[in-house]
Design a binder for this molecule. Structure first.
Ligand code: ZN
Length: 144
């Protein structure tokens, strides 16, 4: 992985075979990032996607081992239990030029992954929401 900072923005290159989430989490911790927004393109493999069913507070999970074009990655950084947490949704494309996507649970980089990241200054955390069944963004501790 390589990263360059330009003003308040970052440009990242993740290399073939690395784990997407652990690489991003280690980078965020090393740079002392608090929160932010990200977008990206590239190619992924060994992808696990999720679809959340609110009625029973349950994710359907599906794995896609094959290489896929990363058509769109959109996500954000916050903190859960004191650790960086990336919430990422993605649209992938297969060899038949068909798109699929969902909540991204895990993935490895297949070819390369190019990410733009814009940090925010606020300490933003996620806290459990019983009605929804997920850790939701909590802004009560954010800001200065
Ligand atoms: Zn999600």
């Amino acid at each position: 992985m390589d990263a360059v900072r330009d003003g308040d923005r970052w440009f990242l290159r993740l290399d073939k075979d690395v784990d997407l989430f652990s690489t991003l989490e280690e980078w965020a911790a090393k740079e002392g990032l608090k929160s932010g927004h990200m977008s990206g393109i590239g190619a992924l493999k060994d992808v696990e996607l999720g679809f959340y069913h609110l009625a029973d507070k349950h994710y359907d999970r599906k794995t896609f081992p094959n290489e896929a074009e990363l058509l769109s990655l959109d996500g954000n950084l916050s903190f859960v239990d004191g650790k960086p947490f990336f919430h990422i949704h993605t649209v992938l494309g297969d060899e038949k030029f068909q798109a699929y996507g969902g909540h991204l649970f895990s993935a490895k980089v297949a070819v390369t992954c190019e990410i733009n990241f814009r940090p925010f200054e606020a300490d933003i955390v996620r806290t459990p929401n019983e009605e929804i069944g997920l850790n939701l963004l909590s802004f009560c501790k954010a800001g200065h």
